[in-house]
Ligand binder design. Sequence first.
Ligand code: SAH
Length: 258
Amino acid sequence: MPLTSAPAITPIAILSALPQEQRGLIELLHQPRKVHHASRDFWLGDLHGQSVVLALSKIGKVAAATTTTALIERFGVRRIVFTGVAGGMGQGVKVGDVVVATDFVQHDLDASPLFPRYEVPLYGKTRFHCDATLSALLFEASSKALAHESLATHGFHDACVHQGLIASGDRFVSSAEESRSLHDLLADAGHAVLAVEMEGAAVAQVCMDYGVPFAVMRTISDRADDSAHVDFPDFVEATASRYAHLIIERFLNLLSKK
Ligand code: SAH
């Protein structure tokens, strides 16, 4: 059932995986309106002068695909931006850095020998690309946000922004051995991965199906290694919403000038 009072301006969706990442954004929303749909809360309102829908993907690829589909079908969004956290995998991708995705691969998809490993069957594709224009804005917004003095108080003086491939799968990667083996297997297949998380590739696939441009930024909360189970919750509680807030504010300001 479509929304009866459809917003005059097509809203942009801001998607997060975890409530801690979304928290600060809901507080900033002007004229917030909560809509419960598909067992999820969607927050409609204005943020930094833009009409937005804030949503939680929930965790994992299926949940993220459901949220993305609902955003497009029910709320009519035509652009999606994801802010979340991820485990760093590439060399030099450290806690506190930001990775802006160029494209996504599903590291747990394997229909071989029927299809090449990692290829999404019947799509004839392994990597799903983000929108170049939105991603460039997100990169600029992230670079500006990292220069903000408040992040120094979180201890991330030398944080930097990377841009590249992110791998998604339904696993929290939390051992150095698993991380290395995932990284090396993907590299052998020609996929040089910077970070690992659990939703982005699903958002990318749904957005490709509907022709909806999207961009993703992930702050590195852990190194997907033996201390990931400690580093991840610490980062999510203390820092994730600060990053999301600073980056989204700058992103929406840049977008309004386009
Ligand atoms: N309910 C738990 C589970 C979080 S799962 C909790 O809140 O504590 C981890 C989330 O962070 C997922 O959304 C995933 O996309 C991202 N993530 C961060 N580090 C990750 C890692 N090392 N491996 C996989 N996903 C990671």
